[in-house]
Ligand binder design. Structure first.
Ligand code: FES
Length: 138
């Protein structure tokens, strides 16, 4: 292989890996629960949560974007609205963070911006636990 051809091929491979990185990050699966909002709340039956999963996506037809239900280290929960605060694009989640494929913003599971261009934190919802349910207050 000629030196010039080697450099060209290597550069194309590196560019491809950079482009594929966000896509590969989104491959890790977060379970999705389809539930309906009613009376400004969403009720999650604890029995429907996957065991040993700290994250669940809550999908419902009354909201434009999904919610990410997060179990904290102390066993409490909160939910994040998966709408990027930069230009309102949907966010994806993997086991480490939420990210926006539009322009690359990254958020932690507390909803805080880790990487711009987004500057504002995500909308966060209180989750009230009961014996068998989690109630997301919208
Ligand atoms: S819309 Fe998400 S980073 Fe721009």
């Amino acid at each position: 292989m000629q030196r010039r051809e080697f450099i060209r091929t290597s550069c194309l491979l590196c560019a491809g890996l950079l482009i594929a990185q966000p896509i590969l990050q989104s491959c890790s699966t977060v379970p999705v629960l389809k539930l309906q909002a009613k009376n400004a709340q969403i009720i999650v039956d604890k029995a429907t949560l996957k065991p040993n999963q700290k994250l669940h996506i809550i999908r419902n037809t009354k909201m434009d974007f999904d919610l990410l239900l997060v179990e904290n280290a102390d066993g409490s929960y909160h939910a994040l609205y998966m709408q990027c605060t930069h230009y309102s694009q949907p966010l994806a989640a993997n086991s480490k963070q939420l990210f926006c494929s539009a322009h690359g913003s990254v958020f932690n599971f507390n909803g805080e911006v880790l990487k711009s261009p987004a500057e504002k934190n995500l909308t966060k919802y209180i989750v009230e636990p009961s014996a068998n349910q989690l109630i997301i207050k919208l």
